[in-house]
Write a protein of this length. Structure first.
Length: 155
């Protein structure tokens, strides 16, 4: 008997530390433990498995990618639908992340306790990945790959 967790496919792009870039699909559980609907990519990436299957475009068999060897995973923002409350404003900061050979600019959402609303608090939190929001994409970035963070003053 082959028992599997029902999953949904989400379009994504993975940039690895060796310079390889893959465009294709990730597979996240179709139901989450703490909210209705599928598990969100950030919840999934902050889970325990060290490797995840990724189906490159035009491939029939997924490859396995080590979470410890990616610079980022990008998904469309709609994959994180419902991740923020509609009725309560959440602090946000524009930042530039300096990674190993790359810079990403976007917004970090500081969905934290009210006494911890700094970028520093988010980066020092227990999660392995942070989500950088840029245009219509979310970049899931492992904190251990971030070299520097510069806050961008809004103008």
């Amino acid at each position: 008997m082959d028992l599997r967790v029902p999953v949904i496919e989400i379009a994504g792009q993975v940039r690895c530390t060796d310079g390889e870039c893959f465009i294709g699909r990730i597979f996240v559980p179709a139901s989450a433990h703490n909210h209705s609907g599928p598990m969100r990519p950030e919840e999934w990436m902050n889970g325990h498995p060290a490797f995840f299957p990724f189906l490159p475009e035009n491939a029939k068999i997924p490859i396995l990618i080590s979470k410890s060897e990616i610079l980022w995973l990008s998904v469309e923002e709609k994959a994180d639908k419902g991740d923020l409350p509609d009725d309560v404003p959440v602090p946000q900061r524009r930042v530039q992340l300096q990674l190993e050979g790359y810079r990403l600019e976007g917004t970090l959402v500081l969905d934290l306790p009210e006494f911890q609303v700094r970028v520093l608090d988010l980066l020092n939190g227990p999660e392995e990945f942070v989500t950088l929001r840029k245009d219509l994409h979310h970049y899931l970035v492992p904190k251990r790959r971030i070299i520097r963070v510069m806050e961008i003053q809004e103008g």
